[in-house]
Structures are given as structure tokens and as C-alpha cells.
Design a protein around this ligand. Structure first.
Ligand SMILES: [Zn+2]
Length: 244
């Protein structure tokens, strides 16, 4: 997920939690509802950048299970493209502007509720327009005039080789990752019936265990668990409510 060291060098891609999936080879998956759930937060009101990201050459379209389509609908997304990639160098799962989620074999091996959390997390990055938010932040912090570019990739290029700029935006990335965690956990609760314990917390705990124990290097996963706990009751209520 959040990885400040890598992210600036891969501007239009957000490192994921654990590999993921995708639907419809190269075609956008049409999602029935574009009205988000009433509890789903409004995305920020800022300009819509044009993004030209093309999934990797070796990525294959991946058919999203119904539960993932439900999560996208709850988030108000009209289109979402899922892909599978055998390349895990960017992490088990990641999202890319404007509407792409890529999953790798390690993500697809996860328990269903852990995977639902991972997918939900990436859906939130897209639905909450985190890529547009980043492009806007890079432009503003670089002192560019408001309309200097409408191309997202152009704005993200501003961070190339500019570690100071990346540092100034890092607080925004941390906030986005927290948002993706808690909203993603709630999406998976309502769409898949996954509570915080079987989804988000189980995923983060196995991440810690895979690293060989609770070492300082895994503090981020512990922080994420702590930040998710206040949403356990809300997730329980959404599990009971069920998909629309
Ligand atoms: Zn993330």
C-alpha cells in the first residue's frame, strides 16, 4: 500500500495491499448503479484530470465476482476495469488512474474476506479520486497556475526527482491510505458480509506474520489495525444490512 519511497517514481500507480483481479479484457465493466451508498463519503470537488494509463502488456482482464461489482456500485463508480498480472513488483494489488485495479497471484490466494478488503481499499482510491487529488497537490505545491495542464500524468511528472515535493505531499498520501482502509473495510462489510475481524484485521495480521513477527518495520500494519478498530461496529451494522 502506502509506500512513500516508491510512489513518487510511479506517479499514476498506487501501490496496493495484496495482488488483485480484473474484469473484461480491456473493456470497462459497466456497473448497474452509479448512485453511491448513502453512507459513502462525497469525493473531493476538484478538477477532473485526463489519465492515459494503459494496463501492462502482460496484464489480462479479470472477471470480477459479483461482490466486487457490488462494492464498486456502493462507491458510486460507473466503470471499473480489473486485470490480473503475474508481476508482483508493485505489490499484490494496486490501482491506477482512472479506473484500473490490478491483482497478482498472491492477492488471489487470500481468503475471500481479506481479498474483499484489499479490493475495497483500491476501489476507494479510485472512487475518492485520490489520483486527481495528487495531481492537483503536485501542481499547487509546485506553484503552477490553476489550468496549466489537464493531463494527470503531466502533473505527476512534477514529482520526478523532486523528493522535497514528494515529502510535502506525503501527509496527503497518509490520509488517503487511512481513508482507503476504513471505507474499503466498510464496502467489503456491506457487499460481502465481511466484518473487520475476518477482512481487514485478518489481512493486516497475516502481513505482519509474513514479515516474521511484530518488528518495528511492521509498525505501519499495526497502526492500520489501530485506526480500523473504531469502525468495527459500523462494519457489523453494514454486514447485517447487506447489499442493496
Ligand atoms: Zn492504498
Amino acid at each position: 500500500m502506502f509506500n512513500m519511497a516508491c510512489y513518487p517514481s510511479r506517479p499514476a500507480i498506487r501501490r496496493g495491499l495484496a495482488g488483485l483481479l480484473v474484469v473484461c479484457a480491456g473493456l470497462s465493466s459497466r456497473i448497474a448503479s452509479s448512485e453511491p451508498a448513502d453512507w459513502f463519503p462525497d469525493p473531493p470537488t476538484l478538477r477532473h484530470y485526463v489519465w492515459n494509463y494503459q494496463p501492462c502488456l502482460t496484464c489480462e482482464a479479470y472477471a470480477a465476482p459479483l461482490a466486487w461489482q457490488r462494492m464498486a456500485a456502493l462507491a458510486g463508480l460507473q466503470t471499473l476495469r480489473f486485470f490480473h498480472s503475474s508481476d508482483e513488483t508493485l505489490g499484490p494489488a494496486y490501482s491506477a488512474a482512472p479506473d484500473v485495479i490490478v491483482l497478482t497471484p498472491s492477492a488471489l490466494k487470500l481468503e475471500a474476506c481479506q481479498l474483499a478488503f484489499v479490493v475495497g481499499h483500491e476501489i476507494v482510491h479510485i472512487a475518492q479520486r485520490h489520483f486527481d487529488e495528487d495531481a492537483n497537490a503536485f501542481s499547487v505545491y509546485s506553484g503552477k497556475p490553476g489550468n496549466w495542464t489537464g493531463i494527470g500524468e503531466d502533473a505527476m511528472q512534477l514529482s520526478e526527482g523532486n523528493f522535497g515535493l514528494a515529502l510535502r505531499v506525503s501527509h496527503l498520501w497518509q490520509a488517503q491510505e487511512q481513508e482507503a482502509d476504513w471505507i474499503g473495510a466498510l464496502l467489503s462489510a456491506q457487499a460481502s458480509g465481511c466484518g473487520i475481524e475476518s477482512g481487514a484485521l485478518a489481512y493486516l495480521r497475516q502481513e505482519i506474520e509474513a514479515g516474521g513477527g511484530v518488528a518495528a518495520a511492521h509498525a505501519p500494519s499495526l497502526d492500520r489495525i489501530r485506526q480500523l478498530l473504531p469502525f468495527a461496529d459500523s462494519a457489523k451494522r453494514l454486514v447485517e444490512l447487506g447489499p442493496r
